[in-house]
Design a protein around this ligand. Structure first.
Ligand SMILES: Cc1cc2nc3c(=O)[nH]c(=O)nc-3n(C[C@H](O)[C@H](O)[C@H](O)COP(=O)(O)OP(=O)(O)OC[C@H]3O[C@@H](n4cnc5c(N)ncnc54)[C@H](O)[C@@H]3O)c2cc1C
Length: 302
């Protein structure tokens, strides 16, 4: 369906909601890879009430809705997304508050800000997540983490918005976190409460700084337009498997596997989403053929 077809020229299904909705926003502006086509509709609601009106309208009109967080883990095709994309950039969604023995964080907050707020307050348990880019929302949905643990280990409750715009809290047995996966498939994740441990702030700061240095060394240096391709399989790293399969030299158009950080794909200037997708497919295929491991995708294709 082409732009404007559904509603007629000048009208949008969101016009009467009192929420600023843009059309044709380039999602390349919101992804770490710096690529991706336009969102048919795009909005950054000021609060949960405005968000709820948008969510309800999308359901009434069967308009697909996606949330974009930091855009560090999404690959948007050049054709863009034919629906509504919401970004929780307003202050109402980004608050971080220490509530001992834990923190309460909005989904729009940067994960690194939550980690440093906890460390400063002498609350331990998140410091190993310091090097993970993106927002709290994205981290919860994908259970972000690494060798030191996952965010899901610390989640006490998650607030979500359902498709009818209602806000509910999920806790205990309603929550499941696995390997870079969660059962948070509600329309919008709004925030969470994380249970942490009282610890010495100086020790925590040292641990966090050490972790930061290790993470930096394990990520591609000097390039910004990167994405992590695969989840680490049990007992191995995707980086080692891609290297073992001879995948470090894969390049399609302006996208290439990063060397030596071979679980990352780099988008060079002029790169398209399709270049990136093909690099990922080729790397996955080579690992399957030469090492016999079927790697699961980390990055999510829209
Ligand atoms: C250099 C680099 C290093 C990385 N290192 C790690 C690492 O060590 N460990 C790790 O786990 N990951 C890592 N990642 C991947 C990525 O940073 C994480 O997956 C991150 O948690 C994604 O957060 P985001 O806010 O950018 O989410 P996005 O990429 O914006 O979105 C990811 C998914 O979450 C959904 N989503 C986001 N916010 C919400 C919300 N509020 N409500 C509902 N759905 C939402 C999106 O729709 C999308 O499906 C790395 C990525 C890069 C580029």
């Amino acid at each position: 369906m082409g732009r404007g077809e559904a509603t007629g020229a000048g009208a949008s299904p969101f016009d009467d909601l009192g929420v600023a909705v843009g059309e044709g926003e380039p999602l390349a502006h919101h992804t770490w890879l710096g690529i991706g086509g336009p969102a048919r509709w795009f909005c950054e609601p000021v609060d949960a009430a405005a968000l709820s009106r948008i969510v309800r309208r999308c359901r009434e009109r069967a308009i697909p809705l996606r949330v974009i967080g930091g855009g560090t883990n999404v690959l948007v095709p050049s054709a863009g997304f034919d629906g509504m994309v919401v970004r929780l950039s307003a202050p109402a969604f980004g608050a971080v508050a220490v509530e001992r023995p834990g923190v309460v964080a909005g989904a729009g907050a940067k994960l690194v800000h939550v980690v440093s707020a906890a460390v400063q307050a002498g609350l331990g348990g998140l410091e190993t997540l310091v090097g993970i880019p993106g927002t709290v929302g994205g981290a919860l949905v994908g259970n972000a983490g690494g060798r030191g643990g996952d965010i899901g280990d610390r989640v006490a409750a998650v607030t979500v918005m359902l498709a009818d715009g209602e806000v509910v809290e999920r806790r205990g047995a309603e929550l499941a976190f696995g390997s870079r996966w969660s059962n948070l498939d509600d329309v919008v994740v709004l925030g969470c409460r994380l249970d942490l441990d009282e610890e010495d702030p100086d020790l925590l700061t040292k641990r966090m700084q050490k972790r930061w240095i290790v993470d930096r060394a394990e990520q591609p240096a000097g390039v910004r337009s990167v994405a992590m391709m695969f989840k680490d399989p049990h007992g191995a790293t995707a980086e080692a498997l891609v290297a073992q399969a001879g995948g470090r030299d894969i390049r399609v158009g302006e996208a290439a596997v990063h060397s030596p950080r071979s679980n990352f794909v780099v988008a060079h200037p002029g790169c398209t989403s399709e270049d990136v997708r093909m690099v990922i497919e080729q790397a996955r295929g080579r690992v399957r053929e030469r090492v016999g491991v079927d790697l699961a995708l980390q990055i999510e294709s829209w």
